[in-house]
Design a protein around this ligand. Structure first.
Ligand SMILES: Cc1cc2nc3c(=O)[nH]c(=O)nc-3n(C[C@H](O)[C@H](O)[C@H](O)COP(=O)(O)OP(=O)(O)OC[C@H]3O[C@@H](n4cnc5c(N)ncnc54)[C@H](O)[C@@H]3O)c2cc1C
Length: 369
């Protein structure tokens, strides 16, 4: 990798100070190369010692601040890539399930009756609707956050701009990590829907899974997003970002309760209970306990709040679909119902654990592994 440097006398030194040590051979994401670079292994000797020259970009001691500015949009981008991979796997497994004949439904006793397409088995439908709820939920969240980026840039009212900034701040770790986790889970289900064929390279779904596995790792690992959410975002500016999110979610809940639809009102009430619980648990976590204990289960906090946010996103999609006819809108309602009945209740156990300020992972002696 040739790179010019300028020595103290202002002369261009054409030798390399950054050397390519090799390529990393990756599990997936093979469309782009991943290089291992060594800085200072070349013949260049700035100041008389082997090394490389770095250039200060911007002001001293503001690097992290600049990095976060750049990273925030990159994180939403990672969430959207994860979403695209999850969505593609969903569509491919849906097509496969419509065409693959295997077995008969439980009530079809006649062995000479035609075989069922696997999409007629409830367990396969469960795997498909789960994928739809993850991928379309993640897509809606990614679009919502991208819209916040635009609104933050174009708002003419300062208070509005501030609200968009706070919402974006608190949602960014979720927009990155939730799709990375759950659209990967969608890819896992897409393989399962394909059965043995899904484990072969005859179909694309194994590649989608391998490609998507990166997204929980790069641009800040899952654990780091958890620390960002619990350690920074929900406490920053006296909880202003969490307040902005709470107000926004509560406004949706009120709307859902007022449209005259029993099921939407019930969904809103269930989200409201969990929202109160998240606020209570957040206070408990930061109420005088040591930071080590407070942050020990930050990933679980991220996952619980992420599911709560996605329940709200699905409530919004249901509201948008209300009163409209056709399979597209029915699909939105059933995916929202899936998320409400199968996914949202999962966070209760996570919130119980968080409220208990469990010390297992803090007190664990590494010698015991
Ligand atoms: C294919 C690929 C492409 C990449 N491209 C780029 C790129 O273009 N530019 C770039 O700069 N980087 C790139 N990276 C690097 C990537 O951003 C890092 O791998 C990632 O941020 C994780 O850092 P790490 O590998 O050092 O893991 P580590 O920091 O060692 O983390 C290992 C584990 O420990 C956990 N952990 C670490 N610190 C803490 C903590 N304080 N508290 C709790 N848990 C913790 C992590 O969550 C993780 O589970 C790329 C990586 C890959 C795999």
């Amino acid at each position: 990798m040739p790179k010019h440097t300028v020595n103290d006398a202002g002369e261009i030194d054409e030798r390399n100070d950054v050397t390519l040590a090799g390529l990393n051979h990756k599990m997936g994401f093979r469309g782009s190369t991943n290089t291992a670079l060594n800085f200072g292994d070349g013949p260049h000797t700035p100041g008389g010692a082997p090394g490389a020259i770095g250039y200060l970009v911007g002001e001293q001691h503001k690097g992290l601040f600049y990095m976060f500015h750049m990273m925030n949009e990159a994180r939403i981008g990672v969430g959207l890539i994860a979403t695209a991979l999850g969505y593609t796997g969903y569509l491919q497994s849906l097509e496969y399930a419509r065409g693959r004949l295997q077995g008969r439904t439980a009530s079809a006793k006649d062995p000479s009756s035609p075989q069922a397409a696997i999409i007629d088995h409830a367990d396969v439908r469960r795997m498909l609707i789960a994928q739809k709820s993850y991928a379309e939920g993640a897509l809606a969240l990614g679009l919502y956050c991208s819209d916040l980026v635009d609104r933050q840039d174009t708002a003419v009212d300062d208070a509005e701009r501030e609200r968009f900034r706070l919402l974006l701040d608190v949602l960014t770790p979720i927009a990155k990590s939730w799709p990375s986790q759950w659209c990967l889970a969608a890819n896992d289900l897409a393989i399962q829907v394909h059965g043995g064929a899904g484990y072969t390279r005859d179909y694309n779904v194994e590649q989608l899974y391998r490609d998507n596995r990166l997204n929980m790792i790069h641009e800040g690992t899952h654990g780091i997003q958890g620390l960002d959410l619990l350690g920074r975002k929900v406490v920053m500016e006296n909880g202003a970002a969490l307040d902005a999110l709470t107000e926004t979610v509560r406004a949706s809940l009120e709307r859902a309760k007022s449209v005259g639809d029993e099921s939407l009102a019930a969904f809103a009430a269930e989200i409201g209970v969990r929202l109160d619980r998240v606020l209570e648990v957040t206070r408990t976590i930061w109420d005088g306990t040591s930071p080590d204990v407070a942050l020990a289960n930050a990933s679980i906090y991220l996952e619980a709040v992420g599911h709560l946010v996605l329940a709200w996103i699905w409530l919004e999609q249901s509201l948008a679909a209300l009163g409209k006819e056709g399979s597209f809108y029915e699909g939105k309602h059933v995916a929202a119902a899936y998320f409400r009945r199968y996914e949202l209740p999962k966070i209760d156990a996570q919130l119980d654990l968080l409220a208990s300020l469990d010390r297992l992972t803090v007190d664990l002696d590494p010698a015991w592994f």
